[in-house]
Write a protein that binds this ligand. Structure first.
Ligand code: HEC
Length: 137
């Protein structure tokens, strides 16, 4: 391979990696004003809350605990503890839209908080948001 070609490939690789890193900043610590503008399209009726509980118990409780009070002192790995989801404190924002965005996209870069895009539907994520709102202290 010629030297020029190698440089060209190096530059393209750098641009791709740079582009990915920029696109990944989608769960900003402190809250996400863009996501906060989203309105929850799923009415928080009994059926939605019941579905949300089922999804929560299946997908979230193993890390965030059955009552969503989170895990003290870490997950046994190098990752951060799974957050308390029912107290007033949030790291990534507590509006319906911000919760939706965190659950759908996960928390990059390490995804200790996994992404649920492609795992459960958007409607199911809103059901989980509706359920979490009923647990808040
Ligand atoms: C593998 C463990 C794991 C699973 C499963 C998981 N989470 Fe998380 N979650 C985390 C961790 C760890 C954090 C904190 C990440 C950080 O601070 O970087 C977190 C953070 C969050 C936050 C942000 C809290 C804040 O303070 O702003 C929300 C909301 C959340 N999770 C909801 C959910 C929901 C809902 C589900 C199920 C659909 C779920 N999580 C599944 C580990 C998990």
């Amino acid at each position: 391979m010629s030297f020029k070609k190698e440089i060209a490939i190096g530059l393209i690789t750098a641009a791709l990696i740079g582009g990915t890193a920029a696109a990944q900043v989608k769960t900003p610590r402190g809250g996400n004003p863009e996501a906060a503008k989203m309105t929850n399209p799923v009415p928080a009726d009994e059926a939605s809350i019941a579905r949300g509980k089922e999804y929560y118990d299946e997908h979230c409780a193993n890390c965030h605990m059955d009552d969503a009070s989170g895990v003290e002192g870490g997950m046994g790995e190098s990752g951060p503890p799974a957050s308390n989801l029912i107290d007033e404190h949030t790291d990534f924002g507590g509006t319906d839209g911000e919760l939706f965005s965190v659950i759908k996209g996960g928390i990059l870069p390490q995804l200790y908080m996994p992404m649920y895009e492609g795992v459960i539907s958007d409607e199911a994520i809103w059901d989980v948001v509706n359920y979490l709102n009923t647990l808040k202290e």
